[in-house]
Design a protein around this ligand. Structure first.
Ligand code: HEC
Ligand code: HEC
Length: 303
């Protein structure tokens, strides 16, 4: 960069920092309200399933070192730089072993760390924050049962603390924790499918196009994203559009794709980064897979 560009970048960052520091101060409070109280072991069993389908296992495990589940180190290349997932095993020194339930909830519901700093949205809390409290608590209980791994997490983003403050600013513009209320006019399967798609499995994080500041454009919900902000590749349209989307896929086609990554024409996306999705969808129970299909079939075609 030319010296003038450096000065400009410095000024912009200073302004961002000043604004961000002005905004800061209020720590979000965890939302722990839940209607279903269950024993920790029952919760943990449910949490195991949720951690699989929500991608916690997949994103937080280094694919090159599969025995160290949840110990972090997986790399994500995005247009905003390269990020690594942290260790979320219950190791007390390098993982989240000392985290209280409240701290875990604030991380997932608001994208804020126990120290009060802001997570990069590559950790898809924009969607995961819509998960029901009891589901997040189930994952919390499950995480305590995972074997602890001593492995230091890599610090993300340039060392400058300003970047995390810039995230805070971004969150002001782009993030609200959305609660998904069931639609009484739809079937239980449809409602379950929507909850899976929008909260737990966060399909829109990759499949919904983003505007220039990286906010999902829900007017073009699931219509495919070629901004390359999230992945270093284009992500296809999965609306019911018969040409650009998956409108011609039958229920059987979808089920086969979830189970094997095979498309109707026999090609596969298994070994792609799409594996992020594939490694989660193949864990779906039959009922949940059916619910997700019912919901996807109801998504209006993109225009
Ligand atoms: C798409 C990949 C992805 C998915 C899916 C994902 N995470 Fe993460 N997670 C990350 C990344 C990357 C970070 C680091 C963010 C940062 O440094 O700002 C992170 C950060 C975290 C942290 C903060 C850890 C720390 O040391 O501060 C926790 C806790 C966490 N994730 C738990 C979960 C849980 C639980 C799930 C499943 C419900 C999940 N994540 C799903 C990628 C992911
Ligand atoms: C982490 C990003 C990511 C998430 C989350 C994600 N997908 Fe995908 N998905 C992809 C990418 C990338 C491809 C393209 C794969 C390829 O071409 O090899 C893809 C492909 C697909 C396809 C095949 C489309 C076609 O035309 O070939 C379907 C169907 C699909 N995804 C459904 C879903 C559903 C349903 C969800 C949520 C349950 C989901 N995806 C979540 C990234 C993602």
């Amino acid at each position: 960069m030319k010296p003038t560009s450096w000065i400009l970048a410095f000024l912009v960052l200073t302004v961002i920092t000043v604004i961000a520091l002005t905004l800061s101060g209020v720590r979000p409070q965890p939302d722990l309200a839940t209607t279903r109280l269950q024993a920790p072991d029952v919760l943990a069993e449910r949490g195991r399933y949720l951690a699989d389908i929500a991608g916690c296992r997949n994103c937080h495990s280094d694919l090159q070192n599969p025995e160290a589940a949840f110990a972090g180190g997986r790399m994500f290349e995005t247009r905003f730089g390269t990020y690594y997932s942290p260790n979320i095993t219950p190791d007390e020194k390098t993982g989240i072993g000392r985290w209280k339930k409240e701290e875990f909830m604030v991380a997932l519901q608001y994208g804020v760390s126990p120290k009060g700093s802001h997570y990069y949205p590559v950790f898809p809390y924009a969607s995961l924050s819509s998960m029901r409290n009891e589901d997040l608590l189930a994952i919390y209980e499950f995480m305590k049962t995972v074997p602890p791994v001593n492995r230091k997490s890599r610090e993300n983003g340039r060392a400058l603390f300003v970047w995390r403050n810039a995230v805070q600013l971004w969150k002001r513009l782009a993030f609200t924790r959305r609660i998904i209320e069931p639609d009484p006019l739809r079937t239980a399967a449809w409602n379950r499918g929507r909850y899976l798609a929008d909260a737990v499995m966060h399909c829109g994080e990759c499949h919904t196009p983003r505007n220039f500041i990286g906010v999902m454009d829900n007017k073009r919900y699931l219509a495919g994203d070629d901004s390359r902000m999230v992945m270093n590749r284009a992500v296809p349209d999965i609306t019911q559009n018969k040409i650009s989307g998956i409108g011609y896929w039958s229920d059987q086609h979808l089920l086969r794709y979830f189970r094997s990554g095979l498309r109707p024409d026999g090609s596969t996306s298994r070994n792609e980064l799409a594996g992020v999705a594939y490694h989660t969808m193949n864990h779906l129970t039959d009922d949940d897979a059916r619910a997700l299909i019912v919901y996807l079939k109801s998504v209006p075609p993109s225009r």
